[in-house]
Design a protein around this ligand. Sequence first.
Ligand code: UD1
Length: 357
Amino acid sequence: MRIVSIVGARPQFVKAAPVSRALRARHEEILVHSGQHYDQEMSGVFFDELQIPRPDYNLAVGSGSHGRQTGEMLGLIEDLLLELKPDAVLVYGDTNTTLAGGLAAAKLGIPVIHVEAGLRSFNRAMPEEINRVLVDHLADLLLCPTPAAVDHLAAEGITRGVELVGDVMLDATRWISERIDARPTLERLGLRTGEYFLATVHRAATSDSPRQLEAVIRAFSRVDKPVVWALHPRTDKNIDTHGLRALLEAADNIIAVPPLSYTETAGLLKNAAGLLTDSGGMQKEAYFYGVSCVTLREETEWVETVELGWNRLVGTDEDSIVEAARDLVRPAVHPDVYGDGHAADAIVHMIERRYAD
Ligand code: UD1
């Protein structure tokens, strides 16, 4: 089969790594990078570390408003699909790249395969929620990481082409776990295992709001351990735009660093006392490493982590963040709710089953 896989943003590179490896063992894969993320530290380093093949095409769309960015990708992807004539198009997750890829393919009558289908936050103010709902309704093969995702699709009337395959991020975590040496990063940042928090903040809802971003900085500064904060470019810019740089720099315990590579992030996460984040995927990565998580959001797509006690949703209230970090719990139970770490093989198997002819 000829499959065109479309990626564009940081978490999609992580998900594509295991799937690409499994797919290329038996099929032709053409990898398209939309260019949504373009900095070396947001993109190139992931391809290097995860040993992802170089993209065959880079559409270099760059940053922009949602409509402009998505629209530009849509046209470029359509042109490419007309030329490449794939048997199916594979998209990941919930970014603007996912929507553009899914929509371009569906309009051309090319089957859309959606990896990480069925996730819902039930918060339509999130651009990602709009993207994932739309792509699920366009998709022909919906590959779900959890039974809850299968249930969400059923509740929206989608039952055909739905398969439970487990979570590909677990495949990626297993792969990188064997290759991590966190010592150089811990030494460089002056950290000791289990005695610091790792933090990431990038959601528009958190970082575009001066009030919320200030509350987050104030909360991190009151946490009783060092907080390594890997600053996403959006957040870094907003710290200046909102006039919060001095507040950040005054906090002795916050170690603000540029975006970290996948290996560095994995090493720091694995050895952290806890994770403070508004990311989706990292809540789950914390769970994979047996690290407790405090989520700076009101809702999550990864409800299992909360139900099992490994994750607390605290929003962006300053005191709630500080209290959750102080009262961190480490539950005794840690079941394999995200599959067995072989989701990529299951994905290829499901693709072959659906499109055998
Ligand atoms: C996007 C995804 C989000 C995902 C995240 C992972 C959407 C709607 N959102 O959010 O679901 O969790 O990626 O990181 O698709 N920028 C740079 N360099 C880069 C990329 C971005 O400086 O290489 C800056 C630009 O100022 C840009 C801003 O970051 O405007 C936001 O980038 P964008 O791709 O629009 O969204 P993310 O916040 O990264």
